[in-house]
Ligand binder design. Structure first.
Ligand code: FMN
Length: 456
């Protein structure tokens, strides 16, 4: 009899991180069932190996106008090869969960195309594909919850070898919660890169940013960890009157480290800066020492192999720098799992109960109203649950990553070879509970003084 792989493969393709979150959740749920998983981005996986797999769970989002995420382009081109034939994936089982937005014409196009292609190549679906929709009042999780229930019950039926401890075995969340995915090592001052105290040059700054962001638990794509260039803002003026409801700005930047070639229609990705006061208040709230020197490593776990090559750099950096450059504590809302883990660390009973409710299927809609709709930040959530003290490792794992923001370039390189111009709407809005919110990056850019500012 043919030996069956005991490992469930989870392949994800994400543009902005949601598919990674879903893939992580599937991996956690598998681990709770004693099922061994490998989780990998499609760009870290050799598609040639697919016929050797047993069962593959795909979690893919759609971007652009029905396009695959960048990390899936090579994988998808491979799958489309004509010579693969209709038996190439015979005997392989698969399931597809898609992330999309039904406001787009090509709704969940990538998941639908992938599902069809896998079936055309001879693979067998374990369950019907699931389609998460941003337009749903509870977001993509509304479709994910029932899809996961049927996935586990179907896998239990047809693939019992994945569940060596039987179909009813389920480790409680609380037991698993003791193991964050990352490990933080604290160093003494002698381990510090000797150039820290003196260097102010771009190369060093670039290295610091690259180091922090490549350590950050695989949440920042490898190629985006180091900035390509540093820019100096030379003009910042409003295009709208002060009385106008919108604040649209014209920004001009000069390349200061090196000139980057661009074309009309390209986008400029900007790493925004977070308010220093908010970063400090997060660090204080978590009882951390901003000056401590740390390195961050992925933790190897018994049932899981994280198949990416993050964190090859072992040089410590300051905790404050790490938080500032990689953890979005001031603008992004945390995910549902953040509330689940918080519930474990809450010491006040009423906080624990509320957090458990938020993390449960019944509390999903209320969490969506409290958290996502209100764009509650990590700092604000922590204020609402003062009894929670979590180890820093959990924050590193769960706080949303600080992401680059993409802006369409509004200048022509022919007219401005050493400059790049942006026309930016400084975003602000009012939430359903009448809280004023502002876009992190556009607000920061608008606040910069061309006489002083440097950015990347
Ligand atoms: C620029 C952009 C383009 C998008 N295009 C589509 C699309 O064509 N079809 C669709 O169903 N969803 C589209 N979406 C919605 C995303 O698929 C959805 O937000 C998803 O949760 C993102 O998952 P990710 O973070 O894993 O990339 C688009 C989102 C953005 C920001």
């Amino acid at each position: 009899m043919e030996m069956k792989s005991m490992t469930l493969l989870i392949l994800y393709a994400t543009q902005t991180g949601n598919a990674l979150d879903v893939a992580e959740r599937i991996a956690r749920e598998a681990e709770r069932r004693a099922c061994t998983v490998v989780i990998s981005s499609t760009d870290d996986y050799d598609a040639n190996s697919l016929p050797a797999e047993d069962t593959v769970i795909f979690v893919v989002s759609t971007t652009g106008q029905g396009d695959t995420p960048d990390s899936m382009k090579v994988f998808w081109r491979f799958l489309l090869q004509r010579n693969l034939g209709s038996h190439w994936l015979e005997g392989i089982h698969y399931a597809v969960f898609g992330l999309g937005d039904s406001g787009y014409q090509k709704y969940n196009f990538v998941a639908k195309k992938l599902d069809k292609r896998l079936s055309d190549l001879g693979a067998t679906a374990v369950v019907e594909r699931g389609l998460g929709d941003d337009q749903h009042p509870s977001g993509y999780e509304a479709a994910l919850d029932p899809w996961l229930s049927s996935l586990w019950s179907r896998l239990n039926e047809i693939k019992p070898h994945f569940f060596p401890k039987g179909p009813d075995f389920l480790v409680s969340n609380e037991e698993l919660i003791g193991l964050p995915k990352v490990q933080v090592t604290y160093h003494n001052v002698n381990d510090m890169d000797s150039r820290l105290s003196t260097a102010t040059d771009f190369k060093y700054l670039q290295m610091q940013i690259g180091r922090a962001r490549s350590m950050s638990s695989g949440k920042v794509p490898h190629e985006k960890s180091k900035p390509d260039a540093f820019l100096k803002m030379v003009k910042n003026f409003p295009l709208t009157r002060a009385s106008h409801e919108k604040d649209v700005r014209h920004f001009e930047f000069e390349f200061v480290s090196q000139v980057i070639k661009y074309e009309i229609g390209d986008v400029l990705e900007v790493l925004p800066s977070q308010s220093p006061a908010a970063v400090d208040s997060f660090i204080q709230r978590c009882n951390l020492d901003p000056e401590s020197l740390i390195t961050v490593h992925p933790r190897e776990m018994e049932n899981r192999h994280i198949d990416n090559n993050v964190n090859t750099l072992d040089v410590p950096i300051k905790l404050r720098t790490f938080v500032e450059l990689t953890m979005d504590v001031t603008s992004a809302s945390p995910r549902r799992y953040f509330f689940e883990v918080m519930s474990f660390f809450a010491t006040a009973e009423h906080e624990k109960e509320r957090l458990q409710y938020f993390a449960s299927p019944e509390g999903r809609d209320d969490l969506y109203q409290y958290n996502q709709k209100e764009r509650r930040t990590v700092v604000e959530v922590l204020e609402d649950f003062p009894s929670v003290q979590m180890p820093f490792e959990w924050f590193v794992q769960l706080v949303p990553p600080l992401k680059n923001r993409a802006f369409s370039i509004s200048s022509s390189p022919l007219a401005h070879p050493t400059q790049v111009h942006l026309t930016v709407d400084v975003v602000s809005w009012t939430t359903p509970f009448k809280r004023k919110r502002q876009g992190l990056c556009s607000t920061w850019l608008a606040s910069l003084d061309p006489e002083q500012s440097m950015m990347c």
